[in-house]
Design a protein around this ligand. Structure first.
Ligand SMILES: Nc1ncnc2c1ncn2[C@@H]1O[C@H](COP(=O)(O)OP(=O)(O)O)[C@@H](O)[C@H]1O
Ligand SMILES: [Mg+2]
Length: 324
């Protein structure tokens, strides 16, 4: 995997949001210096609790947010600028599927119109070809042609997400960001959407940045896992190594709370580390390691020194004072 071409490279990315408290301006450090990459054909699972900065990362990469600091390079081009200044061919090549298809699809438009829009905006088809392409997009997400004339409210949540996926495919992207694509859906349709995404990935040679708060989902989906905590990366590793030998105390805490089916899986889990303490507010991150309020292995230096990322194995990185 490590020999594959890097298509997305994020370096030192920061995104701070100003918030006004009385006459003071404070900053929510939603992302505070993250580095990661996505390679051709892989699925990077970006995992973290709610508020850890996952969506903000997605919105910076796709260009919906300007960045506070750092660089984003896509296929060799610096795209750290906001979306409006990005070359059109790069914008086409990178798409996003949002968590809630209910709000991401225009309720006034038929499915036909929703799928037609990106094709027209990018001048990708017209006349007969346009119609055929719309039908083909709908087929690629296994929805019948009759759906073209329905409105989003007339179909189920899972089907709406399939339409959102079809819309993202319209411009023939090579890279897709999936921001919790199944977390607003019934469990019964979640597996269907995941399987569809995996099939589409093979069919169209897609690379995914798959964002989720559900670590267990990543076991069979991601090629590499990146764990975020309070706007920083705690650990990243190839999936198999990650689940076999997690190193960061936070990762171990997350993994030990995942329910498993078999005793064999139970035996593989890290020893139970109880979740303790509170997640600090990102406007008021404690000095030192931001995990120091919850870490069972906290040392005096963790209240002073913010750890740096160190490599602990092939493609395996951990940011924790226990390793430096
Ligand atoms: N537009 C914004 N203005 C101020 N704070 C924001 C804004 N967007 C996100 N945040 C804050 O940034 C942090 C990260 O949010 P987000 O990226 O949405 O997390 P996640 O997707 O992991 O749940 C949260 O504390 C959130 O409240
Ligand atoms: Mg989010």
């Amino acid at each position: 995997m490590s020999e594959s071409r890097v298509i997305l490279e994020v370096k030192g990315l920061k995104k701070y949001f100003p918030v006004h408290r009385g006459d003071k301006t404070l900053f929510v450090k939603a992302i505070d210096g993250i580095d990661f990459e996505v390679r051709e054909g892989e699925t990077v699972g970006l995992v973290g609790e709610s508020g850890s900065g996952k969506s903000t990362t997605a919105y910076c990469v796709i260009g919906m947010y300007s960045v506070t600091d750092g660089t984003i390079v896509f296929k060799g081009k610096d795209i750290s600028c906001a979306s409006a200044q990005r070359p059109l061919e790069l914008k086409r090549d990178m798409q996003i599927v949002f968590q809630d298809p209910g709000t991401s699809l225009n309720p006034q438009h038929t499915i036909y119109k929703i799928l037609e829009l990106p094709l027209k905006v990018h001048g990708l088809a017209k006349g007969h070809e346009l119609h055929d392409r719309i039908v083909q997009l709908l087929e690629s997400v296994e929805l019948p042609e009759s759906y073209l004339y329905k409105y989003p409210r007339m179909i189920g949540g899972g089907e709406r997400q399939m339409v959102a996926i079809a819309r993202a495919l319209a411009t023939n992207p090579s890279f897709m960001i999936l921001d919790e694509p199944t977390s607003s859906l019934d469990v019964s349709v979640q597996a269907k959407i995941i399987n569809m995404l995996l099939r589409l990935q093979k069919e169209y040679n897609l690379s995914y940045l798959f964002i989720t708060h559900d670590l267990s989902l990543m076991r069979n989906v991601a090629t590499r896992v990146v764990i975020m905590y309070l706007g920083k990366i705690a650990e990243m590793a190839p999936t198999e190594i990650f689940f076999r030998s997690p190193q960061h105390p936070y990762t171990q805490m997350l993994l030990s709370s995942i329910p498993v089916v078999t005793q064999q899986e139970e035996d593989l889990k890290p020893k139970k580390i109880k979740s303790q303490g509170e997640i600090p507010s990102p406007v008021n991150v404690p000095p030192g390691c931001s995990f120091n309020t919850r870490c069972p292995f906290v040392k005096p230096e963790c209240y002073e020194r913010d750890p740096v990322m160190v490599q602990v194995g092939p493609d395996h990185f951990v940011r924790c004072n226990l390793f430096t």
